[in-house]
Design a protein around this ligand. Structure first.
Ligand SMILES: [Zn+2]
Length: 535
């Protein structure tokens, strides 16, 4: 007697192996039988004729750290078939608060991890308990963000960290890893992470590299005018601190470097050949998500938000900042028509949502660089945008390589909650079905269905050292997605991003349907999966 039998399924098991036909029996949240179950009984039968059954998708790169408290159903991801969100990326996590305290931490990190919640957490434990007590439909894999360490220990200025700050950060890093964080993330082109030298990051990584399964994950120093240096730095950190590396959202955003992906991949391959375990994630769009702060020189943002704002107020400093913004970071002037506002907090600016910096500059009759500074001031340092800065050929190239897995860089949210007033990147709602629909099904296809599933399941599970998830095997946790390979598709667009994906009738977390016949059930079987436990 099973809880659920999935009948007549075509299984793609997440290992990259060819599909096969079978029934699946689920009992007590686990896959307990794979085979012909015609004569078995169950409380529920799901008929999967003409459907694909695969492990639930593991989204390797997300920022759902607080959005899952606001929208605990995680609908934008659940409807994509995602059953596990990896949080804490790009240097941003909700812990530890250290001696700075939660309020200070939110003042910094809450600029990026926007929500209507007050942060109260000192440690990973506090935050994870809140998530679980509040209830979550999908699982969370926590990572530790370096910027949080910097805030917690007072090291947010544009200078090397002091010896006592380093000591503090190493202690807090080890504490978070012991509480269940899988890795340390950096965001080396955003403040304050960008103020850290390679040597500082190596020192931090050395403090955690002896813990089982731990790795280093990096949003790299990409504004260098060179597409190899950021990868070389990641490799150096991995080799010198003896830690595996996950390179985040691999892409070419510098228009002078389009089409040069091969030389980048070459570095990854050579590093792997010489013994470093380095992989990457990417998402299937030619636009990025970024804050307007990424167009502003790092020195101007150093220290507290107050210091940043007072530099903008001082006429001489403002002129200097404006000149550098106009010139561009990394020696390339920004194309202001490609930077479009994604979120506005200030009531009187609501009409700017969706407009480009160029359009706003025209409306205000100022230079684009001045418009940027005004927006940053009016929005108190936080202006999320979408930037159309990539080409399709590069996206396809990075998607197809065997070292690449899928990470949306998107947040779990619902269409009718707090975030509905934002214009998020469509990747929040569409990443995984978009791969299956547009890059597998539509011709010429970039990936086989088996390879695409592997990049969303077995491969990230391997990186995360998840032993009980990521593949369809007897004894594994029943995190499962059932989709129609002829219909699965993303619906979200840049104009109308708040649209759920289609063609995915069932999503199970620990054997419990969170999407049932295409409708979110509001069940909350998700857990924070902690490193060191059997996940
Ligand atoms: Zn990032």
């Amino acid at each position: 007697m099973f809880d659920i039998i999935i009948q007549n399924s075509t299984i793609i098991d997440g290992t990259g192996s060819k599909r096969f036909k079978s029934d699946i029996g689920i009992l007590n949240g686990k896959i307990s039988a794979i085979g012909n179950l015609k004569d078995s009984n169950a409380n529920r039968f799901i008929n999967a004729t003409n459907l694909i059954v695969s492990p639930g998708f593991i989204d390797m790169h997300t920022h759902s750290d607080v959005s899952l408290l606001v929208d605990p159903g995680g609908e934008s991801k659940a409807y994509q078939g995602v059953t596990t969100e990896v949080t804490g990326n790009c240097s941003y996590s909700t812990f530890p608060a250290g001696k700075a305290g939660p309020e200070k931490l939110q003042e910094f990190i809450g600029q990026t991890l926007v929500s209507n919640k007050t942060w109260t957490w000192n440690t990973l434990d506090d935050w994870a308990n809140d998530l679980e007590n509040n209830g979550i439909s999908i699982n969370v894999v926590p990572q530790l963000g370096q910027a949080a360490l910097q805030v917690a220990s007072g090291a947010t200025e544009d200078r090397p960290a002091s010896e006592s700050e380093m000591k503090d950060m190493k202690y807090l890093a080890a504490e978070a890893i012991e509480q269940g964080a899988y890795s340390l993330s950096t965001g080396l082109s955003v403040a304050p992470s960008a103020y850290s030298s390679t040597a500082e990051i190596i020192e931090l990584c050395k403090a955690i590299s002896h813990y089982e399964g731990v790795f280093y994950v990096t949003h790299a120093r990409v504004n260098t005018g060179n597409n190899l240096a950021p990868i070389e730095e990641a490799i150096e950190i991995g080799v010198k601190s003896n830690i595996p590396v996950q390179f985040s959202h691999l892409a070419i955003t510098d228009r002078r470097l389009y089409g040069q992906g091969e030389s980048m991949i070459d570095l990854f391959e050579k590093a792997n050949d010489s013994g470093l375990d380095i992989t990457y994630d990417m998402y299937p769009y030619t636009a990025a998500g970024a804050g307007l702060n990424q167009t502003i020189p790092l020195w101007a943002q150093a220290g507290t938000l107050d210091k940043y704002m007072s530099r903008l107020k001082d006429p001489n400093t403002r002129r200097k900042i404006r000149e550098e913004v106009a010139e561009g970071i990394g020696g390339i002037s920004p194309l202001w028509d490609t930077w479009k506002i994604a979120y506005i907090n200030n009531e009187s600016n609501k009409h700017l949502l969706g407009l480009s910096v160029e359009e706003i500059a025209k409306e205000r009759n100022v230079e684009p660089a001045e418009a940027v500074l005004q927006l940053v001031e009016e929005e108190k340092g936080s202006v999320p945008t979408r930037v159309h800065n990539r080409v399709e050929g590069d996206v396809r190239y990075f998607m197809s390589h065997k070292l690449g897995m899928i990470g949306s860089d998107g947040r779990a949210m619902s269409t009718d909650g707090f975030y509905k007033k934002a214009l998020p990147h469509p990747r929040y709602y569409g990443t995984h079905p978009r791969i299956l629909g547009r890059y597998v099904r539509e011709k010429p296809s970039v990936l086989t269905l088996e390879d695409a599933i592997y990049k969303m399941t077995g491969f990230p599970a391997q990186r995360l050292n998840l032993q009980n998830r990521g593949t369809i095997e007897i004894g594994k946790i029943a995190d499962i997605v059932i989709f129609n390979p002829d219909e699965v598709i993303d619906k979200a667009t840049f104009e109308e991003p708040h649209q759920y994906a289609a063609g995915i009738p069932f999503v199970l977390v620990k054997g419990i349907p969170i999407v049932d016949k295409g409708v979110h059930t509001q069940a909350r079987p998700g857990k924070v999966l902690r490193r060191g436990q059997k996940n």
